[in-house]
Design a protein around this ligand. Structure first.
Ligand code: PEP
Length: 254
């Protein structure tokens, strides 16, 4: 079922001690200040902190643990890698896949990502699958083609049951970490397009039920306007997820 959701992607930032302090501030503020909203919150720290951060999240409520990546294989001789099953075993419920930084710096393409999705789903994780165009693609007026290809090659090979578990994040690359946010109209236009593509690949019910997040310099000032759009169900937050007050304000923006 479609839900309001805010996910914080810590990327490669902080120490465990900083992370524990941040989570304690966030959970206290959210518990005190977020009432009458069923917004779900996913905290995605680096791998080494997952277990400890997970233990600090209040149980059975709106808080969930997520990872930032996983390997496509179940297990084996892949030194330095982390499997989906390992993530699940330390309490992760979600995993971000296809983030533009993984696509860019680690050469992850739609083919590899489709394997990672399968691995995550087989381990019982909910993927947060990221798509989004570069500035060059947007300026060439090719955004819809590009995103449609990412969805087709990366995501739409899943069965209906598998697809039910997926959260989609629209993250225009030109907006990530740049301070340059998509306007709410730009975000809504692409979110509506993504929902339409889902309806074509699956059906209208699947499209209606899919949670689609916006990511790219979302902050405490612009979140309310972005989240008020009919097809924007929440946000995938980078920089502002590292500041307890900012992240809490974003969570309050529904
Ligand atoms: C992200 O990395 O997913 C992201 C949206 O980052 P930022 O909010 O810093 O742009």
């Amino acid at each position: 079922m479609r839900k309001n959701l805010v996910a914080g992607n810590w990327k490669m930032n902080m120490t465990l001690q900083d992370g524990l302090a941040l989570v304690s501030e966030i959970t206290n503020m959210v518990q005190d200040e977020v009432t009458g909203s069923d917004v779900q919150v996913v905290i995605c720290p680096p791998f080494p902190f997952l277990s400890a951060i997970g233990k600090q999240l209040p149980e059975g409520g709106r808080f969930h643990l997520g990872a930032q990546n996983c390997h496509q294989k179940e297990s084996g001789a892949y030194t330095g890698e982390v499997s989906a099953r390992m993530l699940q075993s330390v309490g992760a419920e979600y995993v971000i896949l296809g983030h533009s930084e993984r696509r860019q710096y680690f050469r992850e393409d739609n083919e590899l990502l489709s394997q990672k999705l399968k691995a995550a789903l087989a381990a019982g994780l909910k993927p947060i699958f990221c798509v989004g165009e570069s500035l060059e693609t947007r300026e060439a007026d090719d955004t819809f083609n590009f995103i449609s290809q990412q969805l087709k090659e990366g995501l739409f090979h899943l069965s209906n049951e598998e697809f039910d578990q997926v959260v989609v994040a629209y993250e225009p690359i030109w907006a990530i970490g740049t301070g340059k946010t998509a306007t709410s109209a730009q975000a809504q236009e692409v979110h509506a397009f993504i929902r339409e593509q889902i309806a074509r690949a699956y059906d209208a019910e699947a499209a209606e039920n899919t949670t689609i997040l916006y990511g790219g310099s979302a902050n405490a000032q612009n979140a309310r306007e972005l989240f008020s759009q009919p097809d924007v169900d929440g946000g995938l937050i980078g920089g502002a997820a590292l500041k307890s007050r900012d992240f809490t304000e974003i969570i309050k923006s529904f």
